[in-house]
Design a protein around this ligand. Structure first.
Ligand code: NAP
Ligand code: 4JX
Length: 291
């Protein structure tokens, strides 16, 4: 007890004081004039992010498959004050489209500050039996295309000390029944992007990676898919979109957004963080090529 009072408490107080004094506050001006890509922007959370970013004065290039949907969103973005807003329609099942889209978007804006990866393939809820096709599609669209786009964007993001924002889910941190292929693709995002975040740290690449862990959100798709299958409060998509943008602008590693306030505490997994901190010391990077 005496030891606690003498050493641990003062260390804790100093740590908290340092943590809060260095914590930067979000300001909407942080996004003003920034060049941002949003995928899956024709509806749902992607559309709401495009609207917030427009109000903050960002340049936008949006994508999804529905040209009609994107046209409407772009018009509204311009009304809301976007510095510029354009779209390129296509499917993220096609990896050539995914790569070319990023390069074209970069050319349209003359660079890139933030890549927001948000699209998913449509996944109805149900028991998994043998639908390998659906599993492969979920992995391709929800995971592989994210990696393809990040690879294509990295040179531009490095130039601007930019950010990659990966929209994931609580189903990418814990197990839920009835969403196995979706859940697998979201866990893959955590494994891959958390791993390359460590690599960027080692190789001094100043590109932040923000993984967004969302609970159930009241988008049309989610409400339809969960109707009669899952009964719990869905959080508002507008606030969700804003929290993602705030976390991304502050270059946070992870953003948690859910109706239950205990979710971040229970899912943040301090055990994993301690293990990662301890294990990094065992790696030798000297002989590896970093670029
Ligand atoms: P949503 O409303 O269904 O929107 C999905 C977007 O992806 C749409 O713009 C859709 O447009 C696009 N899309 C679908 N298939 C595509 C394809 N093959 N190629 C390219 N784009 C495609 O989804 P949401 O509910 O907003 O979810 C957005 C993100 O939040 C996802 O990453 C999801 O995992 C995550 N999340 C959502 C919830 C939730 O409860 N809503 C919970 C946790 C996490 P088109 O159909 O025009 O292509
Ligand atoms: C049912 C449920 C319950 C998610 C996060 C989640 C997605 C899945 C399943 C949403 C869009 C969809 C269709 C909780 N969470 C979730 N789902 N937390 O990411 N759900 C539905 C709803 C794919 O396309 C707590």
């Amino acid at each position: 007890m005496a030891f606690m009072k003498k050493y641990l408490l003062p260390i804790l107080v100093l740590f908290l004081a340092y943590y809060y004094s260095t914590k930067e506050e979000f300001r909407p001006e942080m996004l003003q004039g920034k060049k941002v890509i949003v995928t899956g922007a024709s509806k749902g959370i992607g559309r709401e992010m495009a609207y917030h970013l427009s109000e903050m004065g960002a340049h936008l290039v949006l994508t999804a498959r529905s040209e009609e949907g994107l046209q409407k969103v772009v018009s509204r973005c311009l009304e809301l004050g976007a510095a510029s807003a354009q779209y390129i329609a296509g499917t993220m099942e096609d990896m050539t489209f995914a790569e070319q889209f990023v390069l074209k978007a970069g050319k349209l804006m003359g660079g890139l500050d933030m890549l927001i990866l948000n699209h998913i393939t449509y996944t109805p809820m149900g028991f998994f039996h043998d639908d390998i096709h659906a599993l492969r599609k979920a992995m391709e669209v929800n995971f592989i295309s994210y990696v393809v786009m990040s690879v294509a964007a990295l040179p531009m993001l490095k130039q601007n000390n930019g950010s990659i924002v990966v929209v994931s889910s609580m189903a990418g941190k814990m197990s839920h029944p009835l969403v196995a292929p979706y859940s697998a693709s979201k866990f893959a995002l955590d494994g891959f992007f958390s791993s390359i975040r460590k690599e960027y740290g080692v190789t001094k690449v100043n590109v932040s990676i923000t993984l967004c862990v969302l609970g159930l959100i009241n988008t049309e798709t989610a409400l339809k898919a969960t109707s009669g299958v899952f009964s719990a409060q869905a959080s508002p998509k507008e606030e969700c979109a804003l929290e993602i943008i705030k976390g991304a602008a502050l270059r946070k590693d992870e953003v948690y957004y859910d109706s239950w306030s205990w979710t971040p505490i229970l899912l943040a997994n301090p055990g994993r963080k301690i293990m990662e901190f301890l294990s990094i010391k065992n790696f030798v990077f000297d002989k590896l090529v970093s670029s």
